[in-house]
Design a protein around this ligand. Sequence first.
Ligand SMILES: *Cc1c(COP(=O)(O)O)cnc(C)c1O
Length: 377
Amino acid sequence: MGIPITKPFFDEEELRKVKEVLDSGWVTQGPVTAEFENIFSQYQDCQYAVAVSSCTAALHLALLALGIGKGDEVIVPAFTWITSASCVEYVGADVKFVDIEKESMNIDVSMIEPAITERTKAIIAVHLFGNPAKMDEIMAIAEKYHLYVIEDCACAIGTAYKGRKVGTTGKIGCFSFHPRKTITTGEGGMCVTNDKQLYNRLQQLRNHGASVTKRTAEYKKPYYMGVYDEVGYNLRLSDIQAAVGVAQFGKLPMLLNDRRRCAAYYLKKLSGIRALIVPDDRVHIGHTYQAFVVLLRSGDRNKRNAIMDAMASAGIQSRPGTIAITRTEFNRKKYNLDYGQFPVAEYCEDSSITLPIYLHMSMEDMDKVVDIMIRNI
Ligand SMILES: *Cc1c(COP(=O)(O)O)cnc(C)c1O
């Protein structure tokens, strides 16, 4: 048995809750999705939560709900999951990439202002790997230029910035329940907001464009079919998935605590190694370690790959942190980008390794990971 990069944790609770849904016969966007949304908004200490089929769907809906579209520009960090930028393409807008800082692997706030043009409408603030982005600086710029802030919290359930959970500082926060994330529903996502109008728009767009405010006199009659004043989507979450989400939520404190335990152990073992840059836990307060990512200081991609190959040979799964999205063929063509334009993002793509982290990971297994890394550095 090898060591996987992650391991979702399920028990009887998920089974029991899913069985309840199956037995009830109401299996999509019904009472259990509403229950999941309620639990989520309470946890986030916000007014509204809208469950959707993925974080990608959540980001797409967020941009639609804010009315961002053709001719608009949206600022996105150059090092993130590809979706943080794809959602901008879905609505016909253009991405404006901004490089990141090596220390946090989040957007370099000093580079946001120079990237703003008269077309800029929003900033997508990504809390990468569960590490909070510098929201004070981002919000100050957004206020100065009247921009919306959307928080990509895909990795960041439980993450706090200056003591406050991320997701509701900007207009809309978007979460993921993909199996690589801290809690999972297989696939799934959530939008959070404190704005009633946005809440209505998110609900309408998620559900085929059926208005939640406009109704005809036939409302509640058997022949009422809704009012459709714009084109919508089907981006709903099923109650089967929501049932898993409700059960997972009960485990969230345990899952978060155990990730911190694993991260602390890795940090103890790896902090003294000159060849590596590890997350600095004195600076990164509020980090929830959805992923524990180290950088090879030299930035040598071949060397990084050799380490990952050695880990694979020893049965240890690893992944790069994420990608420099400025290097994808699509973005290079559309935006006329060249290698070298986003040096920190490219450095992080070349040099990052995500180490295995999951609930109840043993110290022996973490030692194995550490040993194989040290021997191959
Ligand atoms: C995982 C991830 C997403 C996408 O989430 P899905 O639920 O898989 O669509 C978006 N942004 C970031 C930063 C992610 O890590």
